[in-house]
Design a protein around this ligand. Structure first.
Ligand code: NAD
Length: 463
C-alpha cells in the first residue's frame, strides 16, 4: 500500500500541474479526449464485450445496449453540444443595476475523483469521465475491484488513447479508495451503495469537497391492471426485462418489486412464467442471455434474503441457487412480509416480490414507508393516479408505462434524492455536474448612487 500511496500522490501532483497549465480548459482538447474515448470503445468492442462476459456473463447485445452504445452516444452528444454548453450565459439584470452587465460562466472544478461500480463497469466509468472532461477537469478514475476484467481493460487501454497527464485510472478496492479519499479533490463523483456513499461524503466533508452520489434503492413498479389491460402483454415483457434483462436485476434502476391489486396477481404470475421461459429458455441456468451474479458474496447475500421462512413460503416460481456457477434462478415471490429483509433492502438480483393491495391507490402509501427510491415505475393510464404519484411521492425519476429507459435519455437528468443519491448527470447535466457556475458582474464607473455610501443621515431607503 506504500507504493499505492506514492502513486496517488504523484498522480495528483501531475494532474494539478496539468490543470494549472490551462490545457484542459481548451474546448479543442476536451473534444479530442472525448473523441479518443469514442475511438477506444469502437476499436475495442470485442475486448470490452469479452471482459463484460468474463466479469458478469453479459451477452454482447446486452453489453452493447447498456454499456458500449451508451458511451458512444454520450461521447457523440458531448462533442456535438460542447460549444453550446460552454458558452457563457448572459443574465438579464434588474434595472436597479443598470448599466452593469451580468453573465454566468461554467468553470471546471479542477482535479476530480470518479469512483465507479461493477455492474455496468464500462458505462458507469466512462460516462462520468466524459462529463468531467467535457467540463475541462483533470480526472482520476477508480474502477471497481468486483469487475476485474473490465477494470483491467480500462486501466490498460485508457492511457493508450487519452492524455495521461490529465486522465488517470487506478484499479483497486476499498483500501485504494480509502487512500484516495485521504486527499483533497475538487469534486468527487461516486456510484455505489448508500452505505459507502456515507463514507464518501464524510471524507469529502473534511475538505468541503462537493460530491455527486449516484446510489441505489428499491425501485417499485405499480401495475394498474384495469387501465392497461389492452397492453398487458407488453407490460409483462417490460417488467420481466426490467428485472432479468439488464444485468439480471443488478442495476440501480432495476424493477425491485411490483405493486398490484390482489385479484390480478395470479394472472400476472401466470404471464410472467412463460415470459421468463421465452427470454431464457426452459433452463435459464444454461442461457447465454442471463447475466451472472457478480460474485459468491452477492449470491450468499441473495440466498440470505430468501432464507427467511416467511419469504421461502412466498416463493411461487424459481428459488434455486448454484453458488459455484454464480447463479440464482429467476424467482417470483407473492406477498413476502413487508417487514422482511427482502422488502427493506435493495434486492440487486433476480428475485421479484409481488406485493398485493386491495386498491392500486394504496401503492402510494407502501412506497412512502420506504426511503426515496431512484426510480418509480407505474403502468397506468389513469391521470388521477399519475398525478398522485407525482405529487405524493419523491424519487429520482418517475417513468410511466415503461422501465429503465429514462437512463438512456440524456435530455433528462439522472440521479437520486434522499437515500438514492445527491446530484444528477447525463447530457448537459453531466457538464453542469462537473462545472462550477461562476457569476460574473461587470460594473460601470460612469454612474454612482450616493445612497450607497455613508453618511446616510439625509437618506431614507424604501422598497
Ligand atoms: P459499493 O458501494 O460497495 O462500492 C462502490 C465503490 O465504492 C467501489 O469502487 C468500491 O471499491 C468502493 N468502496 C467499497 N468499500 C469502500 C470503503 N469502505 N471506502 C471507500 N470506498 C469503498 O457498491 P457496489 O456493490 O459496487 O454497487 C452496488 C450499489 O451501487 C447498489 O446500491 C446500486 O444501486 C448502486 N448503483 C447505483 C448506480 C447509479 O447510477 N445510481 C449505478 C450502479 C450501482
Amino acid at each position: 500500500m506504500e507504493a499505492m500511496k506514492e502513486t496517488v500522490e504523484e498522480s495528483l501532483r501531475e494532474m494539478r500541474e496539468t490543470f494549472a497549465s490551462g490545457r484542459t480548459r481548451s474546448l479543442k482538447w476536451r473534444k479530442a479526449q472525448i473523441g479518443a474515448i469514442y475511438e477506444m470503445v469502437k476499436d475495442n468492442e470485442d475486448k470490452i464485450c469479452n471482459a463484460l462476459f468474463q466479469d458478469l456473463g453479459k451477452h454482447s447485445t446486452e453489453a452493447f445496449r447498456d454499456e458500449l452504445g451508451v458511451v458512444l452516444r454520450t461521447a457523440t452528444v458531448a462533442i456535438n453540444c460542447l460549444d453550446k454548453w460552454a458558452v457563457p450565459k448572459h443574465s438579464k439584470l434588474p434595472l436597479l443595476f443598470y448599466p452593469a452587465k451580468g453573465k454566468v460562466i461554467s468553470e471546471p472544478y479542477g482535479t476530480v475523483l470518479v469512483l465507479s461500480s461493477w455492474n455496468f463497469p464500462i458505462s458507469l466509468s466512462l460516462d462520468p469521465l466524459i462529463g468531467a472532461i467535457a467540463a475541462g477537469n483533470t480526472v482520476l478514475l477508480k474502477s471497481s475491484e468486483l469487475s476485474p476484467n473490465a477494470s483491467a481493460f480500462l486501466a490498460k487501454t485508457i492511457p493508450a488513447y487519452l492524455d495521461t497527464k490529465a486522465i488517470k485510472v487506478i484499479e483497486g478496492g476499498p483500501d485504494v479508495a480509502t487512500i484516495l479519499l485521504q486527499h483533497q479533490w475538487d469534486k468527487i463523483f461516486f456510484t455505489g451503495s448508500p452505505k459507502i456513499g456515507r463514507i464518501i461524503m464524510a471524507a469529502a466533508a473534511q475538505h468541503l469537497t462537493p460530491v455527486t452520489l449516484e446510489l441505489g434503492g428499491k425501485c417499485p413498479t405499480i401495475v394498474d391492471h384495469l387501465t392497461i389491460s389492452k397492453n398487458i402483454k407488453s407490460v409483462v415483457k417490460r417488467i420481466a426485462g426490467g428485472k432479468w434483462g439488464s444485468c439480471n436485476g443488478q442495476a440501480c434502476i432495476s424493477v425491485d418489486y411490483v405493486l398490484i391489486e390482489k385479484s390480478f396477481a395470479p394472472t400476472l404470475i401466470d404471464m410472467l412464467k412463460p415470459t421468463i421461459k421465452s427470454f431464457f429458455g426452459e433452463i435459464p441456468k444454461e442461457s447465454g442471455c442471463l447475466s451472472r451474479i457478480a460474485n459468491k458474496q452477492h449470491v450468499r447475500r441473495l440466498s440470505r434474503l430468501l432464507s427467511d421462512p416467511r419469504v421461502q413460503a412466498s416463493i411461487v416460481y424459481g428459488g434455486s441457487i448454484d453458488e459455484d456457477k454464480l447463479y440464482v434462478e429467476p424467482t417470483i415471490l407473492l406477498d413476502p412480509p413487508l417487514d422482511s429483509e427482502i422488502m427493506n433492502e435493495e434486492i440487486f438480483g433476480p428475485i421479484l416480490p409481488i406485493i398485493t393491495v386491495r386498491d392500486i391507490q394504496e401503492s402510494i402509501g407502501i412506497i412512502n414507508t420506504k426511503p426515496k427510491p431512484l426510480a418509480i415505475y407505474a403502468f397506468t393510464n389513469d391521470e388521477n393516479l399519475k398525478t398522485r404519484i407525482l405529487s405524493e411521492t419523491s424519487s429520482g425519476s418517475v417513468t410511466f408505462n415503461d422501465v429503465m429507459i429514462q437512463y438512456m435519455c440524456d435530455a433528462l437528468p439522472f440521479g437520486g434524492v434522499g437515500e438514492s443519491g445527491i446530484g444528477r448527470y447525463h447530457g448537459k447535466y453531466s457538464f453542469d455536474c462537473f462545472s462550477h457556475e461562476k457569476a460574473i458582474m461587470e460594473g460601470s464607473l460612469g454612474m454612482d448612487l450616493e445612497a450607497r455610501y455613508p453618511p446616510w443621515n439625509n437618506f431614507k431607503l424604501t422598497f
